[in-house]
Ligand binder design. Structure first.
Ligand code: GLA
Length: 494
């Protein structure tokens, strides 16, 4: 009797489930790649600690608890990306619901595993750092198109060919948008010799590159110095030279190299050396390949990006198709203007123009400021079906000419009065470009203080959105719509 009572009292402990251990969920995607979610858990009483790993990085468990066979976890990356998990142990499997920050939920099933598929035990030491000479590419900021902003994981061979055709027929190529860059999710498996192959969305990468070249365009591709890319596809870690040779064989002219899962292997202080490694590998192919660093502006990349062989480097986290995010990025660009120049550019991320999340006035502000910042102009929209508004923005040759100005000096915010901001950029031949932004939520009448800006009355001014000229000092106040802007080019008095 006494024993029975004891057993009843201890039952929850005797039969309690122990979640401790490694749990792996593997989901094969239609393109052939496998998405993995790995739970490394330690249970103490009803508390859960440990981490959740994704191909691109680690989420540390902030709070985790167990109630019988149910569990709840809150986990976060070190830069604040937070995911919630809850679920049940059913038989020998974990049935999990994931709650992403964008309110989307996903179901997955994880099984016990003796090994962690994301663990890299002996990390390859990066090379010692040296100053690489310029590769003489990207004398002006690269222009082109990139698949990520609109197509993301849905990009495939057919869409790339359609975009190549449309870059030509829309006049984008002739306006300077030369690089057609495939972003993440093209990667397939490595073969027995370690050679990377494209996945089933891209049956023949060399043939695709040939097609893109036949249209008078250049061909760009994407990888990561980590074992996996940000979308969880195969990265170039431990295969840098081999991948560079494969890219050169395919006819690649541009590589975007995205930090992603490298952060699990290396501290930020190793970034320069890690990026240099791929720069060396690209140069060893003897093909001219523009090298785009993508590590979100960490470790003051603008101070070393060119020495690591980069032609451009992202200065921020990702853009999205909102005015708010676009302007958040704008606000961080002026302070680093002096680091840009021919061959090595600050990259505030790709264009969202034409993707539908901003008004035409906001997109004009986007284009005007990217030109003031001498930013790479990589369109991110469907160029096969552009509205007249989108075309008039992306194809504004006078604004493009500011972006592509041969002196390559990046502009900055020169003044701010209430909601009105003035951005200035010195141009070739003593010319100057000026963008006036109305950040208010309502339209505004703005009188430009020409004299205070040392622009003498009578100076010839060209309105780059209206495509007409006038003389400084003569103009009436301008009505600038909410979030809209004006863009002028002033001729130097000769
Ligand atoms: C990161 C980059 C993006 C894009 C995605 C692809 O988020 O910053 O520009 O390349 O990865 O996964």
């Amino acid at each position: 009797m006494k024993h029975l009572l004891l057993i009843l009292l201890l039952a929850p402990f005797l039969f309690a489930v122990d979640f401790s251990g490694i749990w792996v969920s593997s989901i094969k995607q239609p393109d052939g790649h496998t998405d993995r979610e790995v739970f490394v858990l330690k249970q103490t009483g009803n508390q859960l600690t440990g981490k959740v790993e994704r191909a691109w990085g680690t989420l540390n468990i902030q709070e985790g608890s167990v109630d019988g066979s149910h569990f709840v976890i809150g986990a976060k990356t070190d830069d604040g990306y937070a995911v919630g998990y809850d679920g049940t142990l059913a038989g020998d499997k974990l049935r999990v619901t994931m709650h992403e920050p964008n309110a989307k939920t996903f179901e997955l099933v994880a099984a016990r595993s003796t090994t962690d598929p994301f663990l890299v035990e002996h990390v390859i030491a990066p090379p010692s750092v040296r100053d690489l000479p310029p590769n003489r590419l990207a004398k002006t900021p690269p222009m082109g198109w990139n698949s990520w902003n609109l197509f993301a994981g849905k990009i495939d061979d057919k869409t790339v060919r359609e975009m190549a055709d449309a870059l030509v027929s829309s006049g984008m190529r002739d306006a300077g948008y030369i690089y057609l860059n495939i972003d993440d999710t093209w990667e397939g498996d490595r073969d027995a010799n370690g050679v990377i192959h494209s996945n089933n969305k891209f049956p023949d990468m060399k043939a695709l590159a040939d097609y893109v070249h036949s249209k008078g365009l250049k061909f760009g591709i994407y990888s990561s110095p980590g074992p996996y890319t940000c979308a969880g596809y195969e990265g170039s870690y431990a295969h840098e030279e081999q991948d560079a040779r494969t890219y050169a064989d395919w006819g690649v002219d541009y590589l975007k190299y995205d930090w992603c899962s490298a952060r699990r292997l290396y501290p930020d202080s190793a970034m320069r050396a890690v990026y240099q490694k791929m720069a060396d590998a690209l140069r060893a192919t003897n093909r001219s390949i523009v090298y785009s660093l993508c590590q979100y502006g960490r470790d003051n990349v603008w101070t070393w990006g060119d020495k690591a062989g980069g032609n451009l480097w992202r200065t921020t986290g990702d853009i999205n198709d909102t005015y708010r995010r676009m302007m958040e990025i704008v606000d961080t660009q002026s302070a680093i203007a002096k680091y840009a120049g021919p061959g090595h550019w600050n990259d505030p991320d790709m264009l969202e123009i034409g993707n539908g999340g901003m008004t035409p006035d906001e997109y004009r502000t986007h284009m005007s400021l990217w030109a003031i910042f001498a930013a790479p102009l990589l369109a991110g929209n469907d160029v096969s079906g552009m509205t007249e508004d989108t075309k008039s923005i992306l194809l504004n040759k006078e604004v493009i000419a500011v972006d592509q100005d041969p002196t390559g000096m990046q502009g900055h915010r020169a003044d701010k009065t209430g909601d009105v901001e003035y951005y200035a950029r010195p141009l070739d031949n003593g010319d100057m470009a000026l963008v006036v932004v109305n950040r208010a939520e309502a339209s505004m009448s703005i009188k430009i203080p020409w004299t205070e800006m040392h622009i003498p009355p009578g100076t010839k001014v060209r309105d780059l959105w209206k495509h007409e000229g006038f003389a400084a000092g003569d103009s009436q106040p301008f009505t600038v719509p909410a979030h809209g802007s004006l863009m002028f080019r002033m001729k130097a008095p000769h």
